[in-house]
Design a protein around this ligand. Sequence first.
Ligand code: ZN
Length: 363
Amino acid sequence: MRAAVLYSVNEPFQVEEVELARPGQGEVRVQLKASGVCHSDLSIQRGVLPMPPPRIIGHEGAGVVKEVGSGVTSVAPGDHVILSWMYPCGHCSECGRGRPAHCAQALGVVFGGGALDGGTRFKVRGQDMPHWVGSFAEETVVPEVACIKIRDDAPLDKACLVGCGVMTGVGAVWNTAKVQPGETVAVFGAGGVGLNAIQAAAIAGAEKIVAVDLLASKLELAREFGATHTVDASKSDPEGEIRGLTNGRGVDWAFEVIGAPKVIATAFSCLARGGNVVVVGVPPFGSEVTLPGFAFPMEEKGVIGSYYGTPRFHYDMPRIIDMYMAGRLKLDQLVTKTFPLADINQALDALDKGAVARGVIVY
Ligand code: ZN
């Protein structure tokens, strides 16, 4: 079988033959059918995220269970699954309070060898090779908890997107902010995650949804996903535009989906009294954001973070798929282009240039 291996930062992926271990206790071997290409993959390639190569990455995958290790009870061979890129333990206090993204195990394993025992499961040219989910491989081995079973009739080349971008964008609106009908929303950044925040706000019944981006093509797509207004930030000032659209009031929620400290500050400036910025994009490690302190108590404005859309994986991912299958949530329109694994470097390049909402590797 083949995988795309990242050997070092700022180098292209090498697609080559790899060996994969059989699933151990509590593990599942999954045959990938598709994997989205996410900005975090690009960040790892560039060394922006602290997940040093060599490594097999790709973390927005869906596929079919091929083999299960001993003790696995929630999935069986033939099951269709979306892969979660976090492996929460399920029984610590954070998991118990419904916040599995804060589980210590979930946080730790992401940066390890790809298995809960800290070991590796792939070998390349005879050498142990760490992985993270490993959806840029024809097959992978992940812990049982990473396999979220979904209905068999959902197309896996669309369902894969729920493994990261859709969960992150939709979850920020439904789970982190819990946007209410009639509230007003702005979304800064109308890419693969931002479009999902926009459609989730529309489904939640937000009254105005303002998409802010620098690219006209993305703003056009934002309208298709439910934005009621768009602001081209390369031509006009978002704060003035948003205040103009809301009788001077500002928005109740401003989702920042870029990870730029300056944009977080701009989003804050667009808030109504009592409004909140939800930071979804990941700012560079060590960066700082400057905000007017007076506004926190005197205007009850706030800033909160949203990690992976505050997910409850086994609840959220199947319900997102059900909404899609019922025609209530868009996934098809997110996929701008599909690529074979051999063209992984072109897929990352297209994402980097803003040429795709999502490129998807199809196996
Ligand atoms: Zn991702």
